[in-house]
Structure formats: structure tokens, C-alpha cells
Design a protein around this ligand. Structure first.
Ligand SMILES: [Fe+2]
Length: 387
């Protein structure tokens, strides 16, 4: 029987160091006995999450699948769907970084679709409003906030698609900060700056609401004071703040969606290799400055100039910047202190032709979520400032 995904808000969460140990009991109480576990190849053991495997009740059948690469691809999704269709899971359990959680969401969404037709379904861009099995998500990184959103990214022939709908919202989320300590400093940096960018972009997005702004500010106030400590000297207290901050940033973009730095990041990752958060960070400072400088005539209709000005003043203040240029430097300084290579040139994007190609690749419709009008030539101009 197909049922509508739960529409309750807020979603059910279990939080705290060691919260992962409660997961087998939660799955059991929800009545799920056949479980597809979608998790990272190495991170599942390294994070400590694998210790839950012996704790599933005797009557539970748990099939683990880790056969997918970062940046969720439809070829991997098809393999996951074949496994899901053999098993017929009552619940999909996603444990890992953003790619593992997105993959768990996509398998749940497309469980009843022949794997060979999933590409057409993704391209059709239909809202996924029903699903047949449960969905439980546990992040092992503090970054994507995927556990809190109703959408997932998937690449088809190297083109990024976003699948969305209420069925992609989890029934239950378990957030255990102690799982986020085992990654490399680069992983913590790129994930952490992704969460920071998501919170900042959410604040200026045209899709923002009072609730999304509340979540985004809650995120920034937790993330910014501890992100450097978490990257270089991770401990219990910074991991806790980052886990809450990243989750709140996810809840913020669940409402508002992301904006230009994210739209550009997918092409940067695909063609030049920096991982997702690092790619977002390469243009974030320039967009903070661009939005801070925006005069009322540059704003889209419907954007309140006073509200935009106040928002940007607050963003500059939390970055410790007095003006737009200083804000750009502050962001780039933070990115550098996290150990990430700053600037497009340092990441292989050195020519105006390369920048033009990145700008031309962006789906201009997605830029509609930016408070200012942006076209391809303006994107090229902004990318030049990130060189
Ligand atoms: Fe992101």
C-alpha cells in the first residue's frame, strides 16, 4: 500500500553523543523488519556507526549497500534500486555524509520504478509525493543538512538534477555529534563551510521566510564561533555545535533553497574536482560582497529593499566586516584558515574562457532565488573577482 509521506513538522529527531545506539530500537518500534542500510564504504566503520549492526533485533534483516561514489550519480542509483527491489525493504536507513543520505532518499522515492526508467523520471522533474517504506537518516558529517531537507541531488550524464517532494522527508532523524569526529580535516572543512554557505545563502534567498531566517541565524551563531576549532582540533563541544548548526542550516534551505554560490558550485566540482563545500566557498565571499553592494534598483521585484539592507548588514556584522570588500576578504580568510585553497586560479580555473563556461552552464532559472538580477555576463564578472 502506498501512503503519503508524513507531513508532521518538525520532524522527529533524536540527538546527542551516542544517539546512534538508539537507532535499532527506533527501527524496531516503527515496525520495520526488512531494512536496506545505505552507508559510506569506509565512513560507516570509521565514524563508529557500524557498532549498531549487532544491536538490531533478531527478527530484523539488514542488507548493507555502499556501492556508490560521492556526488550521487544515476548509474549508482540504478544499482541501488535493483538491490532495493530484490529486498523489498520496509525501511531505508541512510547513514553517512550528504551523498549517502541523498542516495537513501532517492532509493526510497523511486523504489517502485523500473531502474531503467529512473533517468526519465528524474529528467521529468516530477514532485515525489508518496513512498511505500520508512526513511530514517543519520548524518556522519556536519555539513549538507540533507537529513533535514525534502530534496536530493543526482547527476545524470554529468548534469545536476534536484529531485524534490514531501516523500523525501525522513520519518526520523538521529543526530549523533560523536560520529562526525573521524573524518579528515579537509572533510570537516569542506562540510563545515558548506553549512555556513547554506545558512548565509538562505538569509538572502527570495524563498526565505521568518522561519527559515530563524533557522539560518541559529545555524550561523553555532557554526562560525567553532568551525576552525572543529576542523583543526575537533572535540566534543565543537562537534556538538557543528552538528546542531549544520542541521539548522539544512532546515533553513529546506524552506528557502540555495542561491548562486551553490548553483555555480556543481560545475566547479564536476570539472575541476574540489568537493562540494569547497567549491561553494570559492565564490561565497564575492557573492556576499555583491549582495551587500546591491542598490535597490538591482533587487528583484518583491524583494523589500529595507529588509535586504538589514539582512546584509547583519551578515556583515556576524562576519566582523565593515563593508562589502571587507566581507569578501573575511570569508576568503576563513576559507584559508580552514586549510582550503582559496580562489578559482588555485583550483585550476585560470582563464576567462573557463570562467565563461562555468557561468554559461548555470541554470539561469535557479538564479531566480537570488535577491538581485543575475545574468551570464554578471556571473562572469563576479567570477573574475574570485580569480
Ligand atoms: Fe551545499
Amino acid at each position: 500500500m502506498t501512503t503519503s509521506a508524513p507531513a508532521r513538522w518538525p520532524l522527529v529527531r533524536t540527538f546527542g553523543d551516542g544517539a546512534i545506539d538508539a537507532l535499532p530500537g527506533i527501527v524496531h518500534r516503527l515496525g520495520h523488519r526488512r531494512i536496506l542500510l545505505v552507508c559510506g564504504e569506509r565512513s560507516f566503520e570509521a565514524s563508529g556507526a557500524a557498532r549498531i549492526l549487532p544491536r538490531f533485533h533478531d527478527d530484523a534483516e539488514v542488507v548493507r549497500w555502499s556501492g556508490f561514489a560521492p556526488n550521487t550519480d544515476v548509474a549508482d542509483l540504478r544499482r541501488g534500486l535493483e538491490i532495493a527491489q530484490d529486498l523489498g525493504p520496509e525501511a531505508v536507513l541512510g547513514i553517512g555524509g550528504g551523498s549517502a543520505l541523498d542516495m537513501a532518499k532517492l532509493i526510497t522515492a523511486y523504489q517502485d520504478i523500473p531502474p531503467e526508467t529512473v533517468t526519465d523520471e528524474i529528467r521529468a522533474g516530477r514532485t515525489v509525493s508518496t513512498r511505500r517504506c520508512g526513511l530514517l537518516l543519520t548524518p556522519t558529517t556536519s555539513g549538507s543538512g540533507s537529513e533535514a531537507t525534502h530534496f536530493a541531488v543526482v547527476y545524470v550524464d554529468e548534469v545536476k538534477h534536484s529531485v524534490g517532494g514531501p516523500a523525501l522527508r525522513a520519518d526520523h532523524v538521529v543526530i549523533d555529534p560523536s560520529l562526525t569526529l573521524s573524518g579528515s580535516p579537509y572533510q570537516r572543512a569542506t562540510s563545515g563551510i558548506d553549512a555556513v554557505a547554506q545558512a548565509i545563502e538562505s538569509l538572502w534567498a527570495t524563498g526565505a521566510t521568518p522561519w527559515s531566517r530563524r533557522f539560518a541565524w541559529g545555524a550561523l551563531h553555532r557554526l562560525l564561533p567553532v568551525i576552525e576549532i572543529f576542523v583543526h582540533h575537533p572535540g566534543r563541544s565543537s562537534a556538538r555545535a557543528m552538528a546542531i548548526g549544520a542541521h539548522l542550516a539544512g532546515r533553513a534551505i529546506d524552506i528557502s533553497k540555495t542561491t548562486a554560490p551553490h548553483a555555480l558550485s556543481y560545475g566547479i566540482t564536476k570539472s575541476y574536482g574540489p568537493s562540494h563545500g569547497h567549491a561553494v566557498a570559492l565564490t561565497l565571499g564575492a557573492f556576499v560582497a555583491e549582495h551587500a553592494r546591491a542598490t535597490p534598483e538591482r533587487l528583484r521585484s518583491g524583494v523589500d529593499p529595507g529588509e535586504h539592507r538589514r539582512n546584509m548588514a547583519d551578515i556583515l556584522e556576524i562576519l566582523g566586516a565593515r563593508n562589502a570588500d571587507e566581507a569578501h576578504h573575511r570569508v576568503d580568510d576563513l576559507v584559508a584558515r580552514l586549510g582550503l585553497r582559496v580562489g578559482l586560479a588555485a583550483n585550476g580555473i585560470t582563464t576567462s574562457q573557463q570562467r565563461a563556461a562555468l557561468a554559461a552552464e548555470v541554470n539561469v532559472e535557479r538564479l531566480g532565488n537570488n535577491p538581485i538580477h543575475l545574468d551570464v555576463s554578471e556571473l562572469e564578472r563576479i567570477l573574475e573577482r574570485c580569480a
